[in-house]
Design a protein around this ligand. Structure first.
Ligand code: GFB
Length: 332
């Protein structure tokens, strides 16, 4: 029996975010037509009473929790309190609310920063809670770990078919390009495109350029999440090596690992920017390396389709078109 049925009513929490929007598109493209979404202005997911009312009215049978307060390394460092508080509130409302409303199947999205800073690479699901976290995103990581534990204990205590997935660093069109909030790829694309257009002689890259990151396109991530949701129920997971070790989450990565210096050079090349890249060691490097072990996911047959260079080209094109449209509007 499939884990999601064509007749299921699916709630995608966070359908306007980078991964939530990709997930929404992926579900529609696979023929799921009964999909419920709510904008932030319609439903504050941190408000447990409002979420409970929503569940009672909309009666979803499957929930994807893709909503979260997220941001790059600087945003995490500057606003740890909000990252901890808002994510805990949101997770508690949406996951506990689903349990109380009798939602049959739930998939919660975490992040690869839940693993210890110095975990052995690639990081298997079993590396969770084996060492200290990276300080720059400890607040966010602890919130996500609490969400994972809530999903796991609901599964153990009540037998719910609830699982968590741990995506690596994601990117793609529709990402957040805000200079204070963004992750590395949109941050660098924004500054390198501006430097090219304004003929600046150099672009600052945060940190030493030495940290390594694994990047996955949001569309590939959405495919992986739906593959997991369709094919892996709590029972199958429990029978896997990860499940037997007492874990209920699955890594989602690409294996596409590069240093920040390499990816900055790649973006400069794609943009056609010939100026200097200046590394600024006064900015934090964060975790030295974050490569996921995706043996379990690969066992489901998942392979990423979008190579990093192609995904970057597509994201840069999307961003430049958006800039051009904005300036055309301003000229009117
Ligand atoms: O993407 P990023 O902010 O997230 O930074 P993390 C990755 C690396 O890129 C760090 C460097 O070493 C940054 O110093 N970097 C270079 C830049 N230039 C830039 C830039 O212009 N902007 C940004 N943002 N970084 C986040 C966590 O960690 O990863 C979150 O803080 C979340 O909690 C997310 O888990 C996936 O990979 O370091």
């Amino acid at each position: 029996m499939p884990c999601i049925h064509p007749t299921d009513r699916i709630f995608v929490a966070g359908h306007l975010g980078l991964v939530g929007s990709a997930l929404h598109r992926e579900l529609l493209s696979r023929g799921y037509s009964d999909i419920v979404v709510r904008r932030r202005s319609e439903l504050d997911l941190r408000d447990d009473a409002a979420v409970a009312r929503f569940y009672a009215e909309a009666q979803p049978t499957v929930v994807f929790v893709a909503a979260a307060r997220v941001g790059g390394i600087l945003a995490n460092l500057q606003r740890g309190a909000e990252f901890l508080h808002d994510n805990l509130q949101l997770q508690n409302s949406v996951i506990w609310g689903a349990h109380q409303a009798g939602v049959r199947r739930l998939i919660f999205l975490g992040s690869s920063c839940i693993y210890p800073r110095d975990a052995a690479q690639p990081m298997a699901e079993t590396a969770l809670l084996t060492g200290p976290l990276e300080p720059s995103n400890r607040a966010y990581a602890l919130a996500k770990i609490a969400g994972l534990e809530l999903v796991q204990t609901l599964r153990q205590q009540f037998g719910h078919d609830y699982l968590s997935v741990m995506p690596t660093n994601l990117y793609g069109p529709g990402d957040n390009f805000d200079p204070n909030e963004s992750h590395v790829l949109p941050g660098l694309i924004r500054r390198i495109v501006a430097a090219k257009r304004e003929q600046q002689s150099e672009v600052v890259v945060f940190g030493s350029g030495q940290p390594r990151r694994e990047f996955l396109h949001a569309d590939d991530c959405a495919r992986a999440i739906v593959d997991v949701a369709e094919r892996m129920d709590a029972g199958t997971l429990a029978g896997s090596s990860i499940g037997r070790a007492g874990f209920s989450h699955i890594n989602i990565g690409s294996g596409d690992e590069v240093s920040i210096a390499e990816v900055a050079r790649c973006i400069a090349e794609l943009v056609g920017y010939a100026g200097r890249l200046r590394f600024d060691p006064s900015k934090p490097d964060g975790t030295p390396r974050k490569l996921l072990d995706c043996t379990l996911l690969r066992g489901l047959g998942f392979r990423p389709r979008i190579a990093l260079v192609d995904g970057l080209r597509q994201t840069i094109d999307w961003y430049c078109q958006m800039l051009d449209q904005q300036s055309a509007l301003l000229r009117r």
